[in-house]
Design a binder for this molecule. Structure first.
Ligand SMILES: Cc1cc2nc3c(=O)[nH]c(=O)nc-3n(C[C@H](O)[C@H](O)[C@H](O)COP(=O)(O)OP(=O)(O)OC[C@H]3O[C@@H](n4cnc5c(N)ncnc54)[C@H](O)[C@@H]3O)c2cc1C
Length: 411
């Protein structure tokens, strides 16, 4: 049993999972969040657990391992409250070539995926009303209910001795290192916490605390924000599976609601979009949902929210020790809902054995370390999202689509 002190900054799905694993491993954990746990990006996520369209193959494998990690954790963490291995039905209403090619690639990679006839698609999801010339089924995919899940992860951390501090006084203003001295975490309330390791899991706010680049998310036209719409009530029998059509992504949500997203809506909004424009998109997504599934005759828009993806510039996770900053470790990623259980396991192995697992080596923060030849790489202001390949930036929601209005795929 070790008594190393670890401060985890951020109690979204990533920080909560990391805190739970490290506390279970016997480390002395303090978990800090400037808000209540799980109220930032993780709360509004589509929360699709998948490796449906992730590349290259090592990143696909990482996400596939992420899916298995939740399945393994669920029986031991009250999974009935948050784990929804619903399966995923995808309809191709126009060209089917891309779907066929993807299913074929995934099958070669050992990922459960198969093309299904329109009749079988209707059997798999009786609430579907949209006819489709082609469809596919991904039986091992599903979604998570992040709020009850994060509550359980934080409770698990506490049950293993973690101290959890939340709200404005727990807002971290800096993480400092100096020579070989242990890192220090400073809060807005003036506290200084000394630790052997600080794990920065601050989601989209990470660059304000640790020198890693994310796609800038506050500017007009940023590709990081997306639009989430929740509608209801859904009259039974509403959909029970996670669904994609080319212009809509749908999953059930607690309280008799559906959670909706669409790629064209995500591309059209940012943190500056006027409210009437957001309401117009929300109404449009409800219209598409009514066309797609049964049960929405009396439904209205219950909530709409612009929420922000933490987006590393190459679309893949940033996990590991920060070069030149002893004791500071970063874990920030898109697809964090899919990845958190597995990444937290890898991070715990790294910290308890002192050897980074090979699975983490492609994701080290050092890949963004500025070199004398490329001194600007760490300056997020110099990352121009418009000049990045959207497919690489975010293999899911921003993947170029066959036609306008394609749904967010594989976030
Ligand atoms: C629209 C949308 C759809 C998505 N769909 C999917 C999907 O289908 N599947 C999937 O796997 N992923 C999806 N994602 C991505 C996924 O939601 C994120 O990768 C994940 O939620 C990130 O979790 P996190 O814990 O890193 O960040 P967050 O949930 O944002 O948590 C970070 C926490 O850090 C705290 N914090 C920040 N700064 C400080 C500070 N200075 N001091 C103290 N605390 C601080 C915040 O309060 C917050 O609680 C989606 C994201 C969006 C926006």
């Amino acid at each position: 049993m070790t008594s190393r002190r670890v401060v985890v900054v951020g109690a979204g799905i990533v920080g909560a999972a990391v805190a739970a694993r490290l506390a279970e491993a016997g480390l002395r954990v303090t978990l800090l969040d400037q808000d209540e746990p799980g109220r930032a990006t993780s709360r509004w996520s589509f929360a699709w657990v998948n490796s449906n369209d992730k590349a290259p193959q090592p990143y696909h494998d990482l996400n596939h391992a992420g899916m298995r990690a939740w399945a393994e954790l669920a029986p031991d963490l009250d999974g009935a409250a948050w784990y929804r291995p619903s399966g995923h039905v995808e309809l191709a209403t126009a060209g089917t070539g891309e779907l066929e090619a993807r299913v074929s690639r995934l099958t070669e990679w050992g990922y459960p995926a198969r093309l299904v006839s329109p009749a079988e698609a209707a059997e798999l999801e009786p609430a579907l009303r949209l006819p489709a010339p082609a469809a596919a089924f991904f039986p091992d995919e599903g979604y998570l209910l992040t709020e009850p899940l994060i509550a359980r992860l934080v409770a698990r951390a506490e049950s293993h001795g973690a101290q959890v501090l939340t709200g404005e006084p727990a807002r971290v203003t800096s993480i400092d290192t100096s020579g070989d001295a242990p890192p220090q975490v400073r809060t807005v309330a003036g506290a200084v916490l000394e630790a052997d390791e600080v794990i920065c899991c601050a989601g989209r706010w990470t660059p304000s605390l640790a020198a890693v680049p994310l796609i800038p998310w506050q500017s007009s036209g940023s590709t990081a924000p997306g639009l989430v719409v929740r509608v209801g009530p859904v009259a039974p029998p509403g959909p029970v599976r996670l669904l994609h059509t080319p212009d809509l992504a749908v999953r059930p949500h607690p309280g008799g609601l559906l959670h909706l997203e669409a790629e064209d809506a995500a591309a059209a909004v940012d943190l500056h979009t006027p409210e009437p424009e957001l309401r117009r998109w929300a109404a449009e997504l409800l219209r598409r949902a009514r066309r797609t599934v049964r049960g929405l005759d009396d439904a209205r828009v219950v909530a709409h929210q612009v929420c922000v993806r933490p987006l590393p510039p190459d679309g893949q996770s940033i996990v590991g020790r920060l070069p030149g900053a002893p004791g500071i470790y970063v874990a920030v990623t898109h697809s964090g809902v899919t990845l958190a259980a597995h990444l937290s396991r890898l991070i715990a192995a790294d910290l308890t054995t002192g050897t980074p697992p090979a699975a983490l080596s492609p994701y080290t923060p050092a890949r963004f370390t500025p070199t004398p030849l490329d001194p600007g790489r760490l300056d997020p202001g110099r990352l121009d999202p418009g000049r990045l390949d959207p497919g690489r930036l975010d293999p899911g929601p921003r993947r170029p689509s066959a036609r306008p209005g394609a749904a967010p795929r594989a976030p």
